[in-house]
Write a protein that binds this ligand. Structure first.
Ligand code: NAP
Ligand code: HSE
Length: 422
C-alpha cells in the first residue's frame, strides 16, 4: 500500500526556511520510513520570487500570495519561518482557524501572542508547536512539557543568545572591548546588521517568557520580562570578575518563588566552576538538567522545526491532533525587578584618601546592604578603584544606596553594577 502524503505550506524561505527545505528534501526516504507518510512542501511564501528561485528545485512551488497556502484545503500543516510580529501572527491565526496545524520558530509572536494561538489551536483541535523558538537546535520545550511534566521545576537558567555569548567570550579570552567584539560578530555573520535585539537582551527575553510559561504552567509574556543588555560591560569588568573567581555571562533566569515568577535577562557574574560559565562562543545552554548546543543557524533551527512537523504528521495520522496544547493552568504574578533579591558587583572610582572605604561601607550598611568582598586598586592619578561584591539584597535597597553614593563628591564615578548569580 502507498504511504499517505501530508501536504505542508511554508511561510518564508530565509535562513531557517532554507534549512527546513533542505532537511525535508534530503531526508525524504528516511522520513517516509520513520513516519509512514510523505511530507510534501506544496507551496512556499516569499516576498521576492526571483531571489528565492535559486533556492528550490522547482520554482513553481514559490508564491507571493499567502492565500495559496492559508486557503488551500489540501494543506494540513503550515510552517511559519518568516519572522516578525505581523503579518506572521495573522497568518498563523488564519491557518489555525482554517483547521491546519502550525509549526513556528517565531519567538516574537509566541512570547507576546502565544496564548491566543494556543487557544485557536485548541478550538480547532490542531497542533501549534514552537520548539525552534527557544534555543534553536536544543530541544527544551518538549522536555519541559512532556518528559519533565511530573517534576516540580523551581528554576531554569541559561544562555539563550549566541551572539552575546560570542561577544562576551571574545572579551574574556582575548581582552577585546565590546565594540571590537561586536564588529567581529557582525563580520563573521553571527550578529545581524541591526544587532539591537541580541545586544539589549530582547531576543533572550522572549525566550525566557516562552520557557517560564512552559516550566511554571503560568503564562509569562515578553512585556513582563526584565531585560538588560551587555553594551555597558567592559573588558575590565570581566578581568576583575575573573580575579574574584567568576565569569560574566548574559543569563536568562526563570525562577518560581512564593511571591511569584522571576523572569529576567541581564549580565551576571557566575562562579567559574558553574557549568554555564564554561559555555563558549555562540553556543546556548539551558540548565535545569543541562541542555547544551547550537541555539541558532540554518540546520540546528531547521532540525527543531522538522521535529515539530514530525509530531504534527504523527498526530494527523493517528487522528489525535492537539494532544499537548497550552499547559498554563495557573495565573501567577510576575515579580518586579525592584522586589528581587540579588548579590551585586559594583565598580567605582573614588578619591584616593583615607576614610573613603569607610564612607562607602557606611552608606551600604545604612541601607541594609551587607558587603561580601572588597578589592581596592590604586590607579595612576589620585583616584583609586574599589570593587565590591554584596551579599543578597533587595534591589530597591541596593539602588537607594547607589543613589546616595552617586551624590557623594568623593565618589567620582560608578562604572559598573552587575548582578551576581547565586
Ligand atoms: P530571514 O532569513 O530574514 O527569512 C525570512 C523569510 O521570510 C524570507 O524568505 C522573506 O522573504 C520571508 N518573508 C518575510 N516577511 C514576509 C512577508 N511579509 N511576506 C512574504 N514573505 C516574507 O529569517 P530567519 O533567520 O530564517 O528567521 C525566521 C524565523 O526564525 C524568525 O522568527 C526568527 O526569529 C526565527 N529563528 C531564527 C534563527 C536563526 O538562526 N536565523 C534561530 C531561531 C529562530 P524575502 O527574502 O523575499 O523578503
Ligand atoms: N540572534 C539569535 C542569537 C539567534 O544570536 O542567538 C536567533 O534566536
Amino acid at each position: 500500500m502507498e504511504n499517505k502524503v501530508i501536504k505542508a505550506g511554508m511561510l518564508g524561505l530565509g535562513t531557517v526556511g532554507t534549512g527546513v527545505y533542505k532537511v525535508l528534501k534530503s531526508q525524504e526516504p528516511e522520513m517516509e520510513a520513520k513516519l509512514g507518510a510523505k511530507v510534501e512542501l506544496k507551496k512556499i511564501l516569499v516576498r521576492n520570487l526571483e531571489k528565492a528561485a535559486g533556492k528550490v528545485d522547482d520554482p513553481s512551488v514559490l508564491t507571493n500570495d499567502p492565500k495559496e497556502i492559508l486557503e488551500d484545503p489540501e494543506i494540513e500543516i503550515v510552517i511559519e519561518v518568516m519572522g516578525g510580529m505581523q503579518p506572521a501572527f495573522s497568518y498563523m491565526l488564519a491557518a489555525l482557524n482554517a483547521g491546519k496545524s502550525v509549526v513556528t520558530a517565531n519567538k516574537d509572536v509566541v512570547a507576546s501572542e502565544g496564548k491566543k494561538l494556543l487557544e485557536a489551536a485548541r478550538a480547532s483541535g490542531r497542533d501549534f508547536l514552537y520548539e525552534a523558538s527557544v534555543a534553536g537546535g536544543i530541544p527544551i520545550l518538549r522536555p519541559l512539557k512532556q518528559c519533565l511534566a511530573g517534576n516540580h521545576i523551581s528554576e531554569v537558567i541559561g544562555i539563550f543568545n549566541g551572539t552575546t555569548n560570542f561577544i562576551l567570550t571574545k572579551m574574556t579570552k582575548e581582552g577585546m572591548e565590546f565594540e571590537e567584539a561586536l564588529q567581529l560578530a557582525q563580520d563573521l555573520g553571527y550578529a545581524e546588521a541591526d544587532p539591537t535585539a541580541d545586544i539589549e537582551g530582547l531576543d533572550a527575553g522572549r525566550k525566557v517568557a516562552i520557557l517560564a510559561s512552559a516550566a511554571f504552567n503560568s503564562r509569562v509574556v515578553f512585556e513582563n520580562v526584565y531585560t538588560e543588555g551587555i553594551a555597558r560591560i567592559t573588558a575590565k569588568d570581566i578581568q576583575y570578575a575573573r580575579e574574584m573567581g567568576c565569569e560574566i555571562k548574559l543569563l536568562g533566569v526563570a525562577r518560581l518563588t512564593e511571591e511569584g515568577i522571576e523572569a529576567r535577562v541581564h549580565p551576571m557574574l557566575i562562579d567559574s566552576d558553574h557549568p554555564l560559565a564554561s559555555v563558549q562562543d555562540s553556543y546556548n545552554a539551558v540548565q535545569d538538567a543541562m541542555f547544551y548546543g547550537r541555539g541558532a543557524g540554518e540546520l540546528p533551527t531547521a532540525s527543531a522545526v522538522v521535529g515539530d512537523v514530525f509530531d504534527c504528521v504523527r498526530n494527523i495520522l493517528a487522528g489525535c491532533c492537539g494532544r499537548i496544547g497550552c499547559t498554563c493552568y495557573k495565573d501567577l504574578p510576575v515579580r518586579k525587578i525592584s522586589d528581587i533579591r540579588s548579590k551585586y558587583f559594583v565598580r567605582m572610582e573614588v578619591e584616593d584618601r583615607s576614610g573613603v572605604l569607610a564612607s562607602v561601607a557606611a552608606v551600604f550598611g545604612n541601607n541594609d546592604v551587607s558587603i561580601s568582598q572588597v578589592v581596592q586598586k590604586r590607579k595612576k592619578s589620585e583616584l583609586a578603584e574599589i570593587v565590591v561584591i554584596t551579599e543578597k539584597v533587595q534591589e530597591r535597597h541596593f539602588m537607594d544606596a547607589i543613589r546616595i553614593l552617586e551624590g557623594m563628591s568623593l565618589i567620582r564615578n560608578i562604572s559598573s553594577l552587575i548582578r551576581v548569580y547565586g
